[in-house]
Design a protein around this ligand. Structure first.
Ligand code: NAD
Length: 376
C-alpha cells in the first residue's frame, strides 16, 4: 500500500486526455502513478513508455494493492461501469466528466462508495486553477459587492469536423454534458449549491456530416462525408437559480458559427467581473467596480496553477485522504452538477421549473500562498 506521504494511482483509459493527466501528475509529489490501462493495450503501452509507468490491464489495476485511487479517463458511457468496478475492488475513484449519463448512474456510484467507505471524485478540476480561484477570492472579499446574477456561455458550431465527432453528438455528451461541467461547476464554486432550473432546449438537425477524416473507432461504420445521427439536444438555454439568490443565465450550444459573448461574467451590486474560460486554469480576470469610470481593471491572479494542471483534483483527493479532510472535486459536487445539467432538458420537455433534489457544500477555496505541488 502507499507510503504515508504518497497515494498510488492507476489510470484507466489512455486516449486523448490521458497525456495531460500523466504529465501534470508528475508535478504533484503526493501522487505516484503506478500504472495505466486501456482496452487497446498498445495505447496503454505507448503512454506507459512516454510517462515512465507500467502498462496494465483494468483487472491488474483493480487487484494491485499499491493502487489507492483509480483515475477513470474512459469515454462517458463507460464512466459508471468502471467507477463501480473500482469501488467494488476497494479503490477510491476519480472520474472524468460527466460523472454519469443519468441521475441513477451517479446515485449508484455515490451509494456504493458510501457503503464501502471509499471516496469518489470527478473532473472538472479547472475551478481549482489560478483564474477561477482568483474570481472566488474577489467575490468572497466583496470586490463586486453581493453577486446578483451571472452569465455562463459556451457556443460554437460543434466539433463536427473532427474525426471522432459522433462521440460529441451521442448520449453522455452534447454541448451540455461535454462542456457544461466546466461552466456549471465554476458557478457552484462561486455561488454554492443551486435550487432550481428553467430552460428551453432544442436540436438543430437530426444528422451531422463527417468532414474528410473518420477516426479509427468509426471506420467500420462510416466513410468520409457520411452523415451520423445527433442523439442529444444541441442548443440549451436556461436560468439556474442558486440558494444564495444568484441567478445565472447559461447557454451551451453546438449551433453557433461565431459569437462575441464572454465565457462567464458575474454582476454584483458594487461592480462586475469577467471570468476566464472555465475550461482553462488561468486568467484573465477583470473587474469594473462602482466608481471605476467605466474602465475595466485587470486583476493579477491571486493563486497558482494557471497552466494546464489536469490531475490537480486527483492530487487534492490524494492529499485529502492522507490528511483526513474532504476533497474538493467530490462526488456530491459532481452529482449536483450533473442534476443541474440534466434539468435543462427536463425543464424544456416538461415545460416547467425543475426544483433540484441534490445539493452539495460549496467547495472550500484554496488558501493564498500555496507552494507548487503542495496541496495542504
Ligand atoms: N479529449 C479532451 O480534450 C478531453 C478534455 C477533457 C475531458 N475529457 C474527457 O475525458 C474522457 C476521455 O476522453 P478522451 O478524449 O481521452 O477519449 P478517447 O476516446 O481519446 O480515450 C478514451 C480511451 O478509453 C479507452 N477505453 C474505452 N473503454 C475502456 C474500458 N472499458 N477499459 C479501459 N479503457 C477503455 C479507449 O480505448 C480510449 O483509448 C471523456 O469523459 C471526456 O469527456 C476529454
Amino acid at each position: 500500500m502507499a507510503t504515508r506521504d504518497t497515494i498510488g494511482v492507476g489510470v484507466i483509459g489512455c486516449g486523448m486526455i490521458s497525456g495531460a493527466y500523466l504529465s501534470a501528475a508528475k508535478t504533484f509529489p503526493v501522487i505516484d502513478v503506478v500504472g495505466c490501462a486501456d482496452v487497446m493495450m498498445d495505447r496503454a503501452r505507448e503512454k506507459a513508455e512516454e510517462f515512465g509507468t507500467k502498462a496494465m490491464t483494468n483487472e491488474e489495476i483493480y487487484a494491485d494493492p499499491a493502487i489507492d485511487i483509480v483515475v477513470n479517463l474512459s469515454p462517458p458511457l463507460m464512466h459508471s461501469e468502471i467507477n463501480l468496478a473500482a469501488l467494488e475492488a476497494g479503490k477510491h475513484v476519480y472520474s472524468e466528466k460527466p460523472f454519469g449519463v443519468d441521475a441513477e448512474d451517479a446515485a449508484r456510484v455515490i451509494q456504493v462508495a458510501r457503503e464501502k467507505n471509499l471516496r469518489v471524485g470527478s473532473a472538472p478540476d479547472t475551478f481549482l486553477g489560478g483564474g477561477l480561484q482568483t474570481c472566488r477570492k474577489l467575490i468572497d472579499d466583496g470586490w463586486i459587492g453581493s453577486p446578483i446574477s451571472a452569465t455562463a456561455i459556451f457556443m460554437g458550431r460543434g466539433p463536427e469536423t473532427w474525426g471522432q465527432a459522433p462521440f460529441f453528438y451521442d448520449y453522455g455528451a452534447g454541448p451540455m454534458l461535454d462542456l457544461g461541467p466546466y461552466y456549471i461547476t465554476a458557478l457552484v464554486h462561486l455561488f454554492g449549491p443551486a435550487k432550481s432550473v428553467v430552460a428551453m432546449t432544442k436540436k438543430g438537425s437530426e444528422y451531422r456530416t463527417f468532414a474528410g477524416e473518420v477516426a479509427p473507432q468509426y471506420q467500420d461504420t462510416y466513410k468520409p462525408y457520411d452523415r451520423y445521427p445527433v442523439n442529444v439536444t444541441t442548443h440549451l438555454t436556461g436560468v439556474v437559480e442558486f440558494h444564495s439568490g444568484v441567478t445565472a443565465t447559461v447557454i451551451t450550444s453546438f449551433e453557433a458559427f461565431a459569437h462575441t459573448h464572454p465565457s462567464m461574467e458575474v454582476y454584483g451590486d458594487q461592480g462586475s467581473m469577467t471570468c476566464p474560460d472555465p475550461n482553462t486554469f488561468g486568467g484573465p480576470v477583470r473587474v469594473l467596480r462602482n466608481g471605476d469610470k467605466r474602465e475595466w481593471q485587470d486583476v493579477p491572479l491571486t493563486h497558482i496553477y494557471s497552466d494546464n494542471s489536469r490531475s490537480l483534483g486527483v492530487a487534492d483527493m490524494a492529499q485529502a485522504i492522507l490528511n483526513n479532510r474532504e476533497h474538493r472535486c467530490n462526488g456530491d459536487l459532481a452529482s449536483h452538477v450533473l442534476e443541474i445539467m440534466l434539468a435543462f432538458d427536463r425543464a424544456s420537455q416538461d415545460e416547467k421549473k425543475i426544483v433540484l433534489e441534490t445539493t452539495c457544500d460549496q467547495p472550500a477555496p484554496f488558501p493564498l500562498g500555496m507552494m507548487a505541488g503542495v496541496l495542504d
